[in-house]
Design a protein around this ligand. Structure first.
Ligand code: C2E
Ligand code: MG
Ligand code: MG
Length: 734
């Protein structure tokens, strides 16, 4: 429409404008020409001339005063309007005309008329019209065709872009298909595989081409509804060549195809690794990572189940609590890595002992099913033995376990013989809930340990009372220090040759509830287990050092005071700083302080060694207490700056009557002398013992023969008396 409109306007307006313009121009020219000619002729007529005026006028009329292109005729009429003369030019119509009056001095005498034929103008207008028509046609064509062209171009670009996008999408989809970490199988409605991606080929162990045309069910266990059961399913797939089944996640989805047969996509995800990870998690949650045995949490489950089975079958079930004897010592002396290896070996031995052999006294299912060995932590193991005939069967099982563990275990270079203490409780004789059963077995084990280790004990109600007592003890001990219930008593040591006091040992006492005085064997274990030994041990050091200084101030000579240390003080807390502080606070010269350690304490790792060196660097003396009862290793004695050996009183007790003890005691004395160590005999109660020790070269003695441990004031009195006596004796001998 617009194009047509513009075309019409161009076609009509062009010639019309041309015509109007030309018409006006000619008209104006005509008027000028008429007036000019009239003026010239009027002028000519006034001037005198020999020629007749008609001739002159004619000459002027013929003369073109205004240049023109159209044929122009000029005529002169008189006042009456009659033609006087004119040019002989033809002016065919249509023509334009213009007139001008011919003025003489007397007034108008005629009129000059100029006529022009417009026919050439019309002809030119026709040409212009033709040209305009062409132009309009061209404009119309351009306006009509250009947008179409552009549209076409845009359409083409769009199509090209679409094609490229489709190609990219196809490549992308193909890439996904080819490189997917999941196996992808495209199937038809009947569950026949049409194509499979490389991952599917790997998972199923078949070339991708071999998958096509086969039923999907050949490789994947399909859900009951077949391949059309759209959704996610956990199922199994089969590795073609090996026929190995593996867990997989199958996702079935319908492919949106417009025509023809329905299509399905089966996506296979191998769940093997996930399952393994889950199993690992499961193991971590339920099994002890060191030994691979069930851990505490799985043990609890098993115990609950065992109780239910015992209720159903009416056959008793035993719960045993095992604890390795002196494991802490092994751990401390050989290091944790060795301790760990020992625990692993013990776990293996336990499992082996309980697995094979005659299923001692057990009925019902296979031996393995009726036995659970678990590790609760540290060196604590438990055994659940089900389907027993009688409670005594549990005893036999415990015996077998203990016997199996008696075989020496090689840990690194060390051959270790472990012994175990076992506590047993039997359900339903002990008809308690699971937690209590465990506690009871633990108590029985504790008693077995107390009773000299390496034995098995059945739980009894009386043990429960004992355990209650122990708890009571612990509760009371927690407040004993702040209530000032601890005291130190002092037992002298004397030089065997001279009889002079050579030292004094500080021994801890607990005035329980402010009344009964309790000796350390009752409570020192609890202090160690609870860690209370750290503050109490510090108190002992402060107290003992201050006491010796107080005696010195009271005019008595310096005396070396021995303080007992427990293993925990060496392991935890800053012992060196504590000792240094006690020395500084009291003003006791460091050489007057002796620290008593037991043999096992020497056998810790490098940390312990460094600690002992720092202690002796302070200038304090180190003594080995209860020598002969622990893990004697001469190399340790040499390695650390040990000054004194204290022979345990169990060896001294039966001297001089027991030849064996005599031999041991004299050997220890000889050993100490050869290592240039001072040797002290503990527990000297009789003069015969004193004499024996003197004869065998022992340096010092300690024991009831000299004095029992005494409270500070009593000790001071004893000491003054002793000093007076020895001075007197010396004077007498002198
Ligand atoms: P120990 O260091 O071997 O101390 C010697 C023990 O033997 C003391 O027992 C003492 O009373 C006893 N005794 C001394 N002479 C004789 C004797 O002639 N015959 C008999 N039968 N016994 C004698 P006590 O005071 O009951 O101490 C027992 C253990 O408790 C000590 O053995 C020591 O290992 C520990 N102990 C005592 N005080 C402390 C302390 O402050 N800290 C630590 N960690 N342990 C301590
Ligand atoms: Mg001691
Ligand atoms: Mg001792």
């Amino acid at each position: 429409m617009v194009a047509a409109g513009i075309g019409v306007v161009v076609a009509v307006a062009g010639p019309a404008l041309y015509l109007v313009q030309s018409w006006h121009a000619e008209q104006r020219e005509l008027e000028v020409s008429a007036r000019l000619h009239a003026a010239v002729i009027a002028q000519a007529l006034q001037s005198p001339s020999e020629l007749p005026w008609q001739q002159r006028v004619q000459g002027l009329l013929d003369h073109d005063l205004v240049p023109h292109t159209l044929p122009e005729r000029r005529t002169l009429t008189d006042a009456a309007g009659s033609l006087v003369t004119g040019t002989a030019v033809a002016t065919p119509g249509p023509a334009l005309r213009a007139g001008a009056p011919l003025v003489a001095p007397g007034g108008a005498v005629g009129e000059l008329t100029v006529t022009r034929s417009m026919r050439p103008v019309l002809a030119q207008t026709g040409a212009v019209a033709l040209f305009s028509l062409g132009l309009a046609g061209a404009i119309f064509a351009v306006l009509r065709l250009l947008p179409l062209r552009m549209l076409q171009g845009a359409l083409d670009t769009l199509h090209a872009q679409q094609a490229r996008a489709r190609r990219e999408l196809e490549q992308y989809v193909h890439g996904v298909f080819e490189q997917s970490v999941d196996g992808i199988l495209v199937c038809d409605g009947q569950g026949q595989v049409r194509s499979g991606n490389p991952r599917a080929a790997v998972l199923l162990g078949m070339p991708a081409t071999a998958l096509a045309g086969q039923p999907l069910s050949r490789w994947v266990a399909l859900p009951a509804d077949g391949p059309t059961a759209v959704g996610q399913h956990e199922t199994q797939a089969f590795h073609g060549p090996t026929a190995r089944a593996f867990p997989c996640e199958l996702t079935l989805s319908r492919l949106p195809v417009r025509s023809g047969d329905a299509r399905f996509v089966a996506t296979l995800r191998d769940l093997t690794e996930r399952r393994q990870a889950e199993q690992r998690m499961q193991r971590l949650a339920n099994y002890d990572s060191l030994t691979g045995l069930p851990n505490r949490s799985l043990f609890r489950d098993r115990l609950g189940q065992a109780i239910e089975r015992a209720d159903r079958s009416g056959r008793p079930m035993a719960l045993m609590f095992l604890d390795l004897d002196r494991f802490k010592t092994i751990n401390d002396s050989l290091g944790h890595a060795a301790g760990d290896r020992l625990l692993q070996q013990v776990a293996a031995t336990l499992s082996a002992a309980l697995r094979g052999g005659d299923s001692v006294g057990r009925a019902g299912p296979a031996a393995e099913d009726a036995i659970t060995v678990a590790r609760l932590g540290g060196d604590e193991f438990t055994i659940i033995a089900e389907q027993l005939h009688e409670a005594a069967d549990a005893w036999r099982i415990a015996e077998r376990v203990q016997k199996a563990l008696q075989t020496p275990i090689l840990v690194g270079k060390h051959e270790i013989v472990v012994s175990t203490s076992v506590g047993i409780t039997v359900y339903p004789d002990d008809n308690s809930p699971p937690d209590d059963l465990l506690r009871h077995a633990d108590q029985a084990m504790y008693r077995a340990k107390e009773g000299g280790r390496d034995q098995a004990l059945f739980f009894s109600a009386e043990m429960n009372d004992q355990a209650q007592h122990r708890l009571q003890l612990e509760a009371e001990l927690r407040h004993a220090l702040e209530r000032g219930e601890f005291q130190l008593v002092y037992q002298p040591k004397a030089d065997l040759q001279s009889g002079r006091v050579s030292g004094v040992e500080a021994l801890l006492r607990w005035k329980r509830n402010g009344q009964t005085v309790t000796t350390p064997d009752v409570f020192i274990g609890v202090l160690e287990e609870t860690g209370l030994i750290l503050p109490v041990g510090r108190w002992v050091l402060e107290q003992a050092t201050q006491q010796v200084c107080a005696w010195r101030r009271a005019g008595l000579p310096w005396v070396r005071v021995a303080v007992n240390l427990s293993a925990r003080q060496l392991r935890q807390g800053d012992l060196v700083a504590t000792v240094a502080q006690a020395l500084e606070a009291s003003g006791l010269p460091s050489a007057q302080l002796e620290l008593e350690l037991t043999e096992s304490m020497l056998m810790g790792g490098d940390h312990q060694a460094a600690l002992l060196h720092r202690l002796s660097a302070l200038g304090v003396q180190l003594a080995i207490d209860d020598f002969g009862t622990g893990w004697s290793s001469l190399s340790y004695l040499k390695r650390f700056n040990v000054d004194t050996l204290k022979i345990d009183r169990s060896f001294v007790r039966d001297t001089p009557h027991d030849p064996e003890d005599n031999a041991i005691t004299s050997a220890v004395i000889a050993l100490a002398r050869s290592l240039k160590l001072r040797v002290v005999a503990e527990g000297v109660e009789t003069d015969a013992q004193r004499q024996f020790l003197l004869d065998n070269g022992c340096d010092e003695m300690q024991g009831y023969w000299l004095s029992r441990p005494l409270a500070p004031a009593a000790f001071e009195a004893w000491w003054r008396a002793h000093l007076a006596r020895t001075a007197h004796d010396a004077a007498v001998t002198a």
